[in-house]
Design a protein around this ligand. Structure first.
Ligand code: ASP
Ligand code: MG
Length: 421
């Protein structure tokens, strides 16, 4: 059994959906569970619906929702080449449910309504793809993942109930593969024990696929993307990036920790725990080798890996009375950061000072500084960039930071971090 995940970009047009069909047809006879996210930028548009609804701008919300409906219906009609098909009844049900939500007066927290509205993107995309696949002979079964993935009610970032979900997977999903080779499920969503829809956090479909792979004991998971594979840096920021043919789970976790937007960070654990390799492949050219992420990857040839965090702020805290910044003071400082939910990317301390690097979030920083100011002198420096280089080589850091001012620097044998202006 394999698990595949297709994201929004692979489904943003008729040609691309047809292309996904061709990819599936190139795996004849294989059992594949396919996880699909919303088409193109649908999730962003639905977020817009949710915001307008909650701000009581119901007409604007309804208008955006209507546009999403029309777009999906037109695309489905063209893709299937018909105006009548059970698919359209199914789509209509999803729209009607969303319209009901918009008709309610918002009395529950925003996150609840967000999930009821935004989850629609995945329901629409999977229904359309499933109907199309059946039409072109890719016989498949459509699953409503909300009947399978059971979570708590932490809306917008729900936590999976692993035991209950595993039991449902064993009972309902595994037997389906006696009758079908292909099953199609939504990424990103689930439901509570009260059957209220939840989402698992933005970009959560990679994670959904990893959960399925873990629970189905899949031989591998493949994420189909519009790039060649994992690269050693973001090609939108760095020149001369190279593809990484193989890499370990732990290296990918480190990359994500330092801020690389490669794969949803929660994806790795379910796969690593069962030693299921993760493949990153290009849907535009399935014959490219892509990247394989596995425990025993050969990392001797790994190129230096770059991660750049932009728009960083350095906060420096000094004691007022020249007292040393000792463990108890550092603990107090950390508590303040924790209280304000501010994540520290890099820290350094001296005799009477403590400096750290954080994202520039003006509202949070204002509150944070207020709290720190009670006991400390605080200065801050904005407009900075934090460059992390894993597996750096001599001369490389100098070359990358030439002509720039370095405000903070930290190195271990494998990782260098430089804060530059
Ligand atoms: N559609 C959701 C999002 O855009 C989930 C995903 O794409 O993984 O965040
Ligand atoms: Mg997406």
């Amino acid at each position: 059994m394999k698990v595949f995940k297709f994201g929004g970009a692979s489904l943003e047009s008729i040609e691309r959906i047809q292309n996904v069909g061709k990819i599936i047809q190139s795996f004849p006879g294989e059992k594949i569970l396919i996880v699909i996210s919303a088409m193109g930028k649908t999730t962003n548009e639905l977020e817009n619906v949710a915001q307008n609804y909650f701000m009581r701008k119901r007409e604007i919300a309804a208008q955006i929702l209507y546009n999403i409906e029309q777009h999906h219906i037109q695309l489905a009609e063209k893709l299937l080449g018909v105006h009548e098909h059970p698919l359209f009844t199914q789509l209509q049900q999803f729209f009607t449910e969303a319209e009901w939500t918009l008709g309610e007066k918002p009395i529950r927290p925003y996150d609840y309504y967000y999930d009821q509205i935004v989850s629609m993107g995945e329901l629409l995309s999977t229904a359309i793809v499933s109907a199309y696949f059946n039409q072109v002979g890719i016989n498949n079964c459509w699953l409503d993942v909300r009947d399978i993935f059971k979570t708590d009610d932490n809306f917008r970032d729900a936590n999976l109930d692993w035991d209950t979900t595993q039991a449902i997977v064993n009972e309902k999903v595994l037997p389906l593969f006696n009758d079908y080779n292909i099953a199609i499920a939504q990424g990103f969503i689930g439901s509570t024990d009260q059957n209220e829809t939840v989402t698992l956090g933005r970009e959560g479909s990679d994670y959904t696929a990893a959960i399925f792979a873990n629970m189905l004991d899949a031989e591998s998971q493949t994420i189909w993307k519009d790039v060649e594979g994992l690269k050693n840096a973001d090609p939108k920021i760095f020149q001369d990036t190279v593809n990484i043919p193989e890499i370990t789970f732990s290296e990918v976790i480190e990359m994500a920790y330092y801020g690389a937007q490669v794969i949803h960070p929660k994806t790795i654990k379910p796969l690593q725990n069962k030693q299921i390799p993760l493949l990153v492949k290009c849907f535009l050219n399935k014959d490219l080798p892509g990247t394989i992420i596995k425990e025993d990857a050969d990392v001797r040839q790994l190129p230096p890996i770059f991660v750049l965090k932009r728009n960083q702020v350095m906060i420096s805290v000094t004691s007022r009375d020249y007292a040393f910044i000792t463990e108890d003071k550092i603990s107090d400082i950390y508590d303040i950061f924790h209280e304000h939910k501010v994540k520290i990317h890099l820290m350094q301390n001296g005799a009477i000072s403590f400096s750290c690097v954080i994202d520039n979030n003006p509202e949070k920083i204002e509150q944070l500084i207020k709290s720190l100011h009670v006991d400390f002198k605080v200065t801050y420096n904005e407009g900075l960039e934090l460059l992390t280089v894993r597996h750096y080589k001599n001369g490389l850091l100098e070359e990358k930071t030439k002509g720039r001012k370095i405000l903070l620097e930290q190195r271990s044998p494998t990782t260098a971090q430089l804060l530059v202006k």
